[in-house]
Design a binder for this molecule. Structure first.
Ligand code: MSP
Length: 515
């Protein structure tokens, strides 16, 4: 079976994890979980990017060695992902020995292809971006628009990669409809490429905290050259030999690199050219998601408005944050974190529309049908409004999730829960049960609503896995005990099955102060 490989960026360890890293990671996690449920063999890769001047300087500023600094921050990433329940299969550190071996082997291939030469690099550099900027040499005190910090003038001997040689290959690649997603980001990259690709430097002579370039004393690899190869090292991190030839058995090429829009150029232009030079297959897709702001403002340390993933988890729980970010923001577009809206959506969608629906329906079933799922009378009525809504929902979820339209999937699931609420209110079993002789009809109706809840529980699993487990548990089921595809057919809930004691599935969010 073909492996479905999905990667997050390898996060810089200059600082502890932030909302941006959480956002990409939780979206990748949702996709990975969905593909596993669909029966795919998934390889979900994340990790950290530990070299470069930015990290070297941060460690110096803290008076600790870069290695010690990286160990600390890397540990905080690993702990954080495990506490958030991220289901990654691999976690790569670019300071690992296996990674170094692979970078050397990769470089050897690129050099053998004749794509490396020594040259002189002059230009304005942003250490925050770890990137040369396009400012002209004569610019007076230029500043990085992203980091708001002065650019540094560099004039040094570097190794260069012959990117210019790949102009037409990259043009062909980026014009393929599925390569850059969402489509609106393709233009920006096409414009950049249309200006003509220029060779870029892949080594530094003034940065000690990097991997040494074999055959070039004093040179260390440019952090991006090193980090991108990390996607490959992660796949070979299975205890076997570090041999490039093994990559295709280990999950390469990636099905999708999920990244933020700011690093699209590296992934959609530089990286494919490096891979072609090394004789390796290209990733099938690069998805550049949007940026998050908070209450309309850019998040930053200086503004003191950074949302800390640790704190978010502690106060709000993973389900609430995942639901809000994946349901409210069209994945690919920029989005704004608004605390009031966050609370409203979590309370309305998860606690009321979904949680209360299950709670009140199962309470009636327990009370009137001996604590179990009521027995329905008829064969499945395919014209039943909940059956038709469920069918539409399943189709939308299965189409939206693989194309990362998480908001569409979430909305469709919510519509099913709303339809079930409407159905319950219209059939009003609580009043019909008062008249003797209505039990069989009421049983049918409660069964249908509980069945809709079961489907909501299954479908919502990739988006909010813990809530999904709690929903299914309330019906005496679990995600593991179910074959997802089979389970998505209407009527799988067993009549007569005992319902466990009632427990609320979703706490309301009551935030009295700013997060
Ligand atoms: N180390 C590189 C990636 C190397 S991949 C081989 C890097 N790391 S990063 O930690 O700076 O950024 C990681 C990701 O976080 C990027 O995809 C970036 O887009 C994302 N975000 C950073 N701030 C963000 C927001 N405010 N909103 C959403 N995502 C943002 O770049």
């Amino acid at each position: 079976m073909m492996t479905y490989t999905i990667t997050t960026p390898l996060y810089y360890v200059n600082d502890k994890p932030h909302l941006g890293s959480l956002y990409t990671t939780m979206a990748s996690d949702a996709l990975a979980r969905f593909q596993r449920l669909e029966g795919k063999q998934v390889m979900f890769v994340t990790g950290v990017d530990e070299h470069g001047q930015k990290i070297q300087r941060t460690a110096e500023g803290n008076n600790i060695s870069p290695k010690h600094h990286c160990d600390q921050i890397t540990r905080s990433y690993q702990n954080l992902w495990s506490r958030w329940g991220i289901s990654n299969d691999r976690f790569i550190r670019t300071t690992s020995h296996r990674h170094q071996l692979l970078v050397e082997a990769f470089f050897h291939r690129v050099e053998t292809s004749g794509d490396v030469y020594l040259g002189r690099q002059q230009g304005w550099y942003c250490v925050g971006c770890e990137e040369y900027k396009d400012e002209p040499p004569q610019a007076q005190s230029p500043c990085c628009p992203i980091h708001q910090k002065p650019l540094e003038w560099r004039d040094e001997e570097n190794l260069f990669f012959k990117l210019s040689r790949f102009q037409s290959k990259i043009e062909d690649l980026i014009s393929q409809p599925d390569f850059i997603w969402p489509v609106m980001r393709r233009n920006e990259i096409q414009n950049f490429v249309a200006q003509g690709l220029r060779d870029f430097s892949i080594s530094r002579v003034d940065v000690d905290w990097g991997l040494p370039v074999p055959g070039y004393p004093k040179h260390t690899f440019y952090v991006w050259f090193d980090a991108l190869v990390g996607y490959l090292s992660a796949l070979l991190d299975d205890g076997g030999q570090v041999r490039i030839e093994r990559l295709e058995e280990c999950g390469w090429p990636a099905s999708v690199h999920l990244i933020g829009k700011d690093i699209l150029r590296f992934h959609a232009v530089y990286w494919p050219a490096m891979l072609i030079s090394a004789g390796l297959p290209l990733p099938k897709q690069v998805f550049g998601h949007g940026f998050l702001t908070r209450e309309g403002q850019k998040m930053g340390k200086s503004l003191g408005n950074v949302l800390d993933p640790e704190k978010l988890l502690e106060i709000c729980g993973a389900d609430a944050v995942r639901w809000y970010l994946l349901r409210d923001i069209q994945f690919g577009h920029d989005g704004d974190f608004q605390q009031k809206r966050f609370m409203d959506l979590v309370n309305n969608d998860l606690a009321n529309t979904i949680g209360n629906l299950l709670n009140r329906t199962s309470t009636m079933a327990r009370k009137w049908f001996e604590g179990s799922v009521p027995t329905h009378r008829d064969e499945i009525d395919y014209a039943h409004p909940l059956v038709t809504t469920a069918e539409t929902t399943i189709t939308i979820v299965r189409q939206s999730m693989p194309s990362m339209a998480f908001h569409d999937a979430a909305e469709a699931i919510l519509k099913l829960a709303i339809a079930a609420n409407v159905y319950l209110n219209e059939t009003a079993p609580w009043s019909r049960m008062k008249t003797p002789g209505n039990e069989a009809e009421v049983a049918d109706d409660l069964y249908s609503v509980l069945e809709a809840c079961r489907l909501v529980g299954l479908l919502i699993n990739p988006l909010v896995p813990s809530l999904s487990e709690r929903l299914l548990n309330q019906l005496g089921l679990s995600i593991d005990g179910n074959d997802w595809s089979k389970g998505l057919a209407w009527g799988q809930l067993q009549s007569g099955a005992l319902l466990p004691p009632s427990q609320p599935v979703m706490q309301r969010l009551e935030l009295s102060s700013s997060l």
